[in-house]
Ligand binder design. Structure first.
Ligand SMILES: Cc1ncc(COP(=O)(O)O)c(C=O)c1O
Length: 410
């Protein structure tokens, strides 16, 4: 029996997630593979998927790899999520699916999106990679749509692992088979790396070595990205489209930041993820405390401030603080031992262009949000707030006339 293949793959982790969520779950080595599975299961190649342009570029490539056309939605200037009211009627009628982002854990207008998708008879997919601790009216994000993807690399810093949550056991079994076809054999050496890397990372933090380690990696060219977005390589991407749908041709893009995204990790990795998942509630409590602190700073959006004061803090993955001169700040924060990841700038339509995506009919809000959002890790809220004060960070305010968010939380 090859290393790591025992019983239904990842069934113990999936059962733990099912208990949390109340939905059937399939374990996957990454959220990106979970999304790919959902897109392949429910969308015919050539279909059109509405998504926010303020998103990880990897997700754009997952949609392309599934043979689908990414349609960029107008977004809310406050949180970068799809603004359903601003999507033109003809665009709705031409869609085959909708993919939410729940950016940084702030929920999408999921009830409006669910109702709209039901009317149109198309699936709603929830990207819950940032939103494992987010609820809307007491209902967890990830239980509104046809399927939802979760990432253990995010909330529990696992450097691997994810889930696809679906509506019933029959669909789960079907997707387990689809997943097994896509998994690549695991290797003990990779499993050791995946297990040890998070420990090394927390060691670097504890020892206050973030700044020298990050700068050295930057100088030696060891970082996979030297800008917020990976290089597009348009010629190669156009050539890959001839092979879509399928993952191999898109592998150079889809694997960025997580090369083992479709690797069949063994018991070492899955055991470690089980331990981390068991600690999730404690982690979410610490996140809420950090969100509470950051929501009271001058850089929090009025929406976040009001919703936190009214409903209590949400356990966000990152708090999108709105700041002036964000890029200089991101660089300067390294001196304070803070590496701000998950900046999604420029928006995907500006990044990829009309050859690869349908551009948003109204790109201004996405551009503004992408340029001013500083994703602040609530787990280091006091340190971050001190650093921002020392840097004399000025809050940014959206252009005058921006309507407040109409519904949803925060
Ligand atoms: C919004 C979003 N969705 C999905 C993913 C993919 O998660 P994973 O790294 O587990 O594949 C990411 C990764 O950063 C993300 O930011």
């Amino acid at each position: 029996m090859p290393y790591g293949s025992y019983g239904t793959y990842g069934s113990r982790l999936a059962a733990a997630m099912t208990r949390r969520l109340g939905r059937e779950c399939v374990y996957t080595p990454s959220a990106r593979l979970a999304l790919y599975l959902a897109l392949r299961r429910w969308c015919r190649p050539g279909g059109r998927v509405l998504m926010s342009p303020v998103n990880d570029d990897v997700i754009l490539f997952v949609v392309l790899a599934a043979g689908l056309r990414p349609v960029q939605a107008p977004v809310s200037v406050w949180d970068g999520n799809i603004d359903p009211a601003a999507v033109p009627e003809p665009t709705w009628r031409d869609l085959d699916a909708v993919l939410t982002t729940n950016l940084y854990g702030v929920p999408d207008r999921v009830r409006e999106l669910r109702d709209r998708c039901a009317q149109l008879g198309i699936p709603l997919f929830e990207d819950a990679a940032h939103a494992i601790g987010t609820h809307v009216d007491g209902q967890p994000i990830g239980t509104f749509g046809k399927a939802a993807a979760f990432s253990l690399s995010k909330h529990v810093a696992g450097m691997a692992g994810g889930f696809l949550a679906v509506e019933d056991a029959r669909t789960r079994r079907e997707l387990e088979l689809l997943r097994d076809d896509l998994l690549l054999p695991g290797r003990l050496r990779d499993d050791l790396a995946v297990t040890l890397r998070p420990l090394a990372r927390s060691g670097v933090r504890t020892l206050n070595l973030v700044r020298p380690v990050w700068r050295t990696m930057q100088r030696l060219g060891l970082l996979e990205r030297d800008a917020y977005r990976m290089p597009l390589r348009a010629h190669r991407l156009a050539a890959a489209a001839r092979e879509a749908p399928g993952l191999p041709a898109y592998d150079p893009w889809v694997r960025v930041d997580l090369h083992g995204y479709r690797e069949r990790h063994g018991p070492l990795v899955r055991g470690q993820l089980g331990v981390r998942l068991a600690r999730l509630d404690a982690d979410l409590t610490r996140r809420r405390a950090g969100v509470s602190l950051l929501s009271r700073t001058p850089w929090a959006s009025p929406e976040l401030r009001a919703s936190t004061a009214h409903d209590g803090p949400v356990a966000l993955f990152r708090v999108p603080l709105l700041v002036q001169d964000r890029d200089t700040l991101v660089d300067r924060l390294v001196r304070h031992g803070v590496v701000a990841g998950y900046v999604y700038d420029p928006p995907l339509d500006d990044y990829a262009g009309a050859e690869f995506v349908d551009p948003s009919p109204d790109p201004a809000a996405a551009r503004w949000f992408a340029a001013h959002a500083l994703p602040a890790d609530p787990l280091i809220a006091p340190k971050l707030a001190t650093a921002l004060r020392r840097e004399h960070t000025k809050p940014a305010h959206p252009p005058v006339g921006t309507p407040p968010r109409v519904s949803g939380h925060p």
